[in-house]
Structures are given as structure tokens and as C-alpha cells.
Design a protein around this ligand. Structure first.
Ligand code: ARG
Length: 521
């Protein structure tokens, strides 16, 4: 053994003992991450930082290890695809690929907590691979950088998160459509400025949210298409002299193409912005639904299930809509995440800057919180009991059918503005037939039945008849709501199929990668 390789072998065994140290620390209940910051932990020096950059008071500050747990499996997949490609291109030989790939299997079986210290999961995995495979493990990082590696990992993992958010939107849309169907003709008050405005139906109301959430689904899919591109092979930013096959690693990782320019590939996090913006928009949509249900339950129009309610620690009689209040609050957190992300990215120079490390968790947090809030909102919406009697009574409050009377007069040829003026006067004078008749005399110069039959006016004043008369496309009349329901069911089915397609293609890529890796066993 030459002096040099003896030194390297010793280094390798140090790295391996770093792993042992780390897992020993972990089983003693101490956080391996905190221990990674102590100089006595040989895990403090990873293969990237070596002795010179192994310690110092900023170690913990620099580390992304805690956040990186989320991309542990991802980084292993990215490593495997890269090594398979290097072998296929003749950059490493098959024996070397076999040694690295089996070390990666061992690292995977040992799990995240067994990783040696390192400033991030990429360095820690590489350290563990070198520790297990020896010097040949050092060939894994040929023709790449952590810059293209981390960008690839984020995109790879984020795909799953976006699809999970899509699934959550579909769950909510199905819950909304189901209850809308059940209450397609249940009359309820519709509000503007929180005041009774015009009667509508629970079906029409719930479909309004189904349609909005459908756009959120579409925005997530749209963002997904741009997330699903591979930066791998960009290296630090300036490409590599090795004959890499970027299309091949993209294929093995299930990406739909490349982020071609190598400098853009490592620099951009615009895909995080798109995803968090879509999540933020979704959370904002759902916060409106949550707020409505809080208000409606306060008015006694709907009763939330106990499962989605809470109580007071002092006032035993209380049943509070805490769950929906937290759903409402999630929109604030998501918006804060979007703002944090944009603020972090704003003004960053080309190419890679470490600020980017802090950008990523904004996306993880938004994805987790918003998907959970959407699922909770779906459960609350599916289980809430609408009180038909209370809704019917409230639907007629506040002369909410007044617009219908004005419409009737306008249909009889009275200019709408005149009809509006007349009904406005009646609404101040008693809001009933007699008041309307008197106002007709004042404003129009003749009794009301000179324009429309009394029966028609009485019908227009009835909330259910009022709803039934508004059968314009997308309106609340039963036929229009039925059409809305059919459209909603069709879009839900199409989006479910699209989600299944995306998941199938990710699963197929994972299978393909397994097959390719197994050739080197
Ligand atoms: N953990 C880092 C991140 O998330 C990895 C990249 C480090 N690259 C570098 N050039 N220092 O961005």
C-alpha cells in the first residue's frame, strides 16, 4: 500500500466510524444533528469539508441536515441514476458501479439516522459510501456537483408533494360535489357584505367552491409540468468535460425533460415559487370556505360535526369551530412562505448561492400544511349538517327576493333602473305586497297589477320560486345546478385520471431504475 492510499484508507475508516458514532449518539437519545456540531464527533468532517472546513462555530448554522431528511431516499435515487449513467457512458467501470451501488443499498438499509455527520445529506451519503466502499466510493461524485444534485433532489421530491396536494384538492372537490348533490335544491340565503342578498341553494353555494378548487388543481398540475424537469448533469453550473448523458438520468428519474442551460438549471428556484403560489392560492380559496362555515354555524344554519369542533377549557357549554379557524389560518402561513421564498430569491446573483438552501423548506412547509388543511376542510364539509328549516327561514330575511320583483317589472318593460327605485322605496316601507303596490303608484304612476299579475309578484317574493326563476347558465335554479354537478363530476374524473397517469409514470421510472441498478448486483 502506498503512503497515499494508506492515508485514504484510514480516512475511509474514520468516515465509517463517524457513522457508528452518529448512530450510537442517536440511540443514546441525543440528537445526531447536535452531536454533528461537536469536534469530538468524527462525523464533523465529511468527505467534502475534510479537516480544514470540518468544524467551527458556524457548523450547525450551515447544516441543512434536519430539513434534508425529507430528501434522503430521493438523494439515493439521484445517486443511483447518476452512477448507472456513469457506468453506461464508460466514466466508471461496471465493477466500480457495483461497489458504489451496493454501498448505497447499505446506506439505505441503515437509514437516515445512521448517516455520518455532514453539512447536508448529499455530503453525508457520499461520506457513508466512501466509508463502506473505500476509495472507489469517491468516484460517485464524478461529473456532478451538489448544486445540480440538490436541485434535482428538490424537484424529484416536490413532484410527490404536488401530487399529494392535487389528491387533497380532489378529495375536497368530491366532498363538495356530494353534498351539493344532496342539497341541490335546499334554499339558503346568499350574502354580500355579510348581509342577506339573494336566495340561492346549498348546492349552488358548494359548487362555487368546487369550481374554485378545480382551478387550484389545474394550477398545481401546471406547476408540476415545470417542476418535472431534470437539472442533473449541469454540475456546479458550467457543465462538465465528462461525456454525461443527461437525457438518460432524466429518464431514470422519471423527469419529463431537462432544464437545459446548466447555469439556469442550478440557479433557478422559480419552480418552488410556482408551487408555493399555487398552494397559497388554494389555501386562500379554502380559507373562504372555512370562514363561511364558521359564520353559517354561528348563525345556526349548519352544524359542524363534533369531530371537526373543539370546546373551551373553562366554558363547558361551548362547541367551537377551532378546526376551521386553523384551516383559515393556514392561508396566512402559506402566504408567509411565499413571501419568504420570494424575498430569499430576490436579487440573487448567478449562479449557485447558499441562500438557496433556505428557500426549499418554505415549499416543504407549505406543501405539508396546505394539503393537511385541505383534507381537514374536506372532512368538515362532508360531515356538516345543513339545517333545512333554518336555511329556508333565513333565505327570506332582509327582503332578499327584492331583486326578483325588480326583474319581473323589467321583464314587463319597465326600465330596470325605475323598477329598482320602486322596489327600494317598498323595502323601506314594509317590504310586502302592499308596500310594493304603494311604491308602484308613487314611482311608476300606476298600481302594481297594471304591470304584473299579483300571483307573479307573490311567486317572486317566495325564496324557492325566486331561486327556480334564475336558471341562467351557472345560476342557482335546479337545472343549472344539475348541469354544474355534471360538469364538476366530469372534471373531477379527468383530474383523477391525470393524477393516476403522473403517479404511474413516476412508479414506472422507479421500477426502471431498480431494474437498471440490479444489473450491477
Ligand atoms: N444543502 C445545499 C443546498 O440545499 C447543497 C448545495 C451546496 N452547494 C454549495 N456550492 N455549497 O443548497
Amino acid at each position: 500500500m502506498t503512503e497515499e492510499s494508506e492515508h485514504e484508507a484510514q480516512n475511509a475508516s474514520e468516515y465509517a466510524s463517524g457513522a457508528e458514532q452518529r448512530s450510537a449518539d442517536h440511540s443514546s437519545g441525543r440528537s445526531p444533528r447536535e452531536d454533528g456540531e461537536t469536534a469530538s464527533d468524527s462525523g464533523a468532517s465529511d468527505v467534502v469539508r475534510r479537516d480544514r472546513f470540518s468544524g467551527g462555530p458556524a457548523r450547525g448554522f450551515l447544516s441543512s441536515m434536519d430539513d434534508d431528511e425529507r430528501i434522503f431516499a430521493t438523494d439515493l435515487a439521484v445517486d443511483r441514476a447518476h452512477v448507472v449513467m456513469l457506468a453506461e457512458q464508460g466514466v466508471v467501470d461496471d465493477g466500480e458501479a457495483t461497489a458504489i451501488l451496493s454501498a448505497l443499498d447499505e446506506v439505505e438499509s441503515a437509514g437516515f439516522d445512521a448517516l455520518p455527520g455532514g453539512e447536508d445529506v448529499h455530503a453525508a451519503i457520499e461520506t457513508a459510501v466512501v466509508g463502506r466502499a473505500g476509495d472507489v466510493g469517491g468516484k460517485m461524485h464524478t461529473a456532478r456537483s451538489r448544486n445540480d444534485e440538490v436541485a434535482t433532489c428538490i424537484r424529484y421530491r416536490l413532484r410527490e408533494d404536488v401530487l399529494e396536494a392535487v389528491e387533497a384538492t380532489l378529495g375536497l372537490r368530491k366532498a363538495l360535489a356530494e353534498v351539493a348533490e344532496e342539497h341541490a335544491e335546499t334554499v339558503m340565503p346568499g350574502y354580500t357584505h355579510l348581509q342577506p342578498a339573494q336566495p340561492t341553494t346549498v348546492g349552488h353555494y358548494l359548487l362555487s367552491y368546487e369550481q374554485a378548487v378545480a382551478r387550484d388543481t389545474a394550477r398545481l398540475f401546471d406547476a408540476y409540468a415545470r417542476v418535472n424537469r431534470s437539472p442533473l448533469g449541469a454540475a456546479a453550473f458550467a457543465g462538465t468535460p465528462f461525456d454525461v448523458d443527461r437525457e438518460r438520468t432524466a429518464e431514470l428519474l422519471g423527469f419529463d425533460g431537462l432544464v437545459a442551460n446548466s447555469m439556469d438549471a442550478v440557479s433557478t428556484r422559480d419552480f418552488l415559487v410556482e408551487v408555493v403560489a399555487a398552494l397559497s392560492n388554494l389555501a386562500t380559496t379554502v380559507s373562504g370556505l372555512a370562514e363561511d362555515l364558521v359564520v353559517f354555524s354561528n348563525k345556526g344554519l349548519v352544524e359542524l360535526s363534533d369531530d371537526y369542533s373543539s370546546t373551551s377549557s373553562i366554558m363547558p357549554q361551548k362547541k367551537n369551530p377551532d378546526t376551521l379557524e386553523l384551516v383559515r389560518a393556514t392561508a396566512g402561513d402559506a402566504a408567509a412562505g411565499l413571501n419568504g421564498l420570494l424575498t430569499t430569491l430576490k436579487g440573487l446573483p448567478r449562479a449557485y448561492n447558499r441562500d438557496l438552501q433556505n428557500a426549499t423548506p418554505h415549499a416543504w412547509e407549505a406543501a405539508d400544511a396546505v394539503s393537511e388543511a385541505v383534507a381537514v376542510a374536506a372532512g368538515a364539509a362532508a360531515t356538516a349538517e345543513w339545517d333545512e328549516a333554518a336555511l329556508a327561514e333565513a333565505a327570506g330575511e332582509g327582503f332578499s327576493t327584492a331583486t326578483g320583483v325588480a326583474d319581473l317589472l323589467a321583464m314587463a318593460g319597465v326600465p330596470f333602473r325605475k323598477a329598482h327605485e320602486m322596489v327600494a322605496e317598498a323595502s323601506e316601507e314594509g317590504a310586502d305586497y302592499a308596500a310594493l303596490d304603494a311604491a308602484a303608484g308613487d314611482v311608476l304612476g300606476d298600481s302594481l297589477d297594471a304591470y304584473v299579475e299579483r300571483e307573479a309578484v307573490e311567486a317572486a317574493l317566495d325564496p324557492a320560486e325566486s331561486v327556480a326563476s334564475r336558471e341562467s347558465p351557472g345560476g342557482p335554479a335546479p337545472e343549472a345546478v344539475a348541469a354544474g354537478l355534471t360538469a364538476a363530476e366530469e372534471t373531477v374524473a379527468a383530474d383523477e385520471a391525470a393524477l393516476a397517469d403522473e403517479r404511474d409514470s413516476l412508479a414506472a421510472a422507479a421500477e426502471k431504475l431498480r431494474t437498471e441498478v440490479s444489473r450491477y448486483a
